[in-house]
Design a protein around this ligand. Structure first.
Ligand SMILES: Cc1cc2nc3c(=O)[nH]c(=O)nc-3n(C[C@H](O)[C@H](O)[C@H](O)COP(=O)(O)O)c2cc1C
Length: 245
């Protein structure tokens, strides 16, 4: 199929489109259903042109008043190793200071869902329930970027508050799907935001930028045990309340 700048299925649209292609629902549903959080990457790099396509596609995300509050620091090559080293040092020094507060606790259904997804991961890895040392070791792999050759550190502007962060969430999802469409595996990582002061220093972030999330990406190590399961989702009965008045 010829690539044009207006075809939403083949690349970042940069001009007006006349509407989705006929297979768009199937394509999008498949991307949504097949995307997953990869926790073991091969070291081979993603071509620069592909990374640029993914970033541009993500940049097509909507935002309130088209403010586009996101900014992506793309870390690649030797810089990825410097990022890993800086975060390892941050962890060793006990740095834990997110710019945007992390949830203080998970209660009720949120606690249940969090537990199930954690157990799925640990079961896949052969980590016994309650083995804090092993689960702690696995958590620390976040700061090794799960071996990914690339990462994006995504910042928002403090001045746009929660809605700016919401816009950035849309950017994240677009990034994940644009990557998935190109065979590139991803994982969004709030864990990186706990190292905000370290990232601020390393990336020379201006004062008003808040570190929101990282995205590690590359090609999946498909045979890794962590790649052997997929997470669950609510059904429609839980997901929606139909209002009929
Ligand atoms: C904003 C955000 C932050 C996340 N942070 C982390 C993280 O720090 N570490 C991690 O292993 N997974 C992280 N995840 C991945 C989630 O655990 C994952 O999306 C969820 O369990 C659903 O699984 P799936 O992505 O495989 O469908 C994050 C996801 C999102 C959207």
């Amino acid at each position: 199929m010829a690539v044009t700048t207006t075809d939403p299925t083949t690349g970042p649209a940069t001009g007006p489109t006349t509407g989705p292609t006929t297979d768009a629902p199937a394509v999008l549903d498949d991307l949504l259903a097949s995307r997953w959080s990869c926790r073991a990457f091969r070291p081979d790099p993603v071509p620069e042109a592909t990374i640029d396509e993914i970033l541009l596609a993500a940049g097509r995300s909507p935002s309130w008043c088209n403010t586009q509050p996101w900014h992506a620091h793309l870390v690649t090559g030797a810089a990825t190793d410097r990022l890993r080293a800086a975060m390892a040092d941050g962890i060793a020094r006990g740095v834990y200071e997110p710019d945007v507060p992390f949830p203080p606790s998970y209660e009720g259904v949120y606690r249940d869902r969090r537990r199930v997804s954690g157990w799925q991961l640990y079961e896949a890895l052969g980590v016994e329930r309650g083995d804090r040392e092993a689960s702690g070791r696995e958590m620390l792999r976040n700061f090794d970027l799960f071996g990914a050759p690339h990462a994006v550190v995504l910042t928002t502007t403090a001045s746009l508050g929660t809605y700016g962060a919401l816009d950035c969430g849309l950017f994240v999802q677009s990034f994940l799907l644009a990557a998935q469409a190109r065979g590139v595996a991803t994982i969004a990582q709030a864990a990186l935001a706990g190292q905000a002061p370290v990232l601020r220093d390393l990336l020379d972030l201006p004062e008003d930028r808040q570190v929101l999330v990282g995205i590690s990406f590359g090609y999946a190590e498909e045979e890794h045990p962590s790649a052997s399961y997929r997470t669950e989702r609510q059904g429609l009965d839980e997901l929606v309340t139909r209002v009929e008045v």
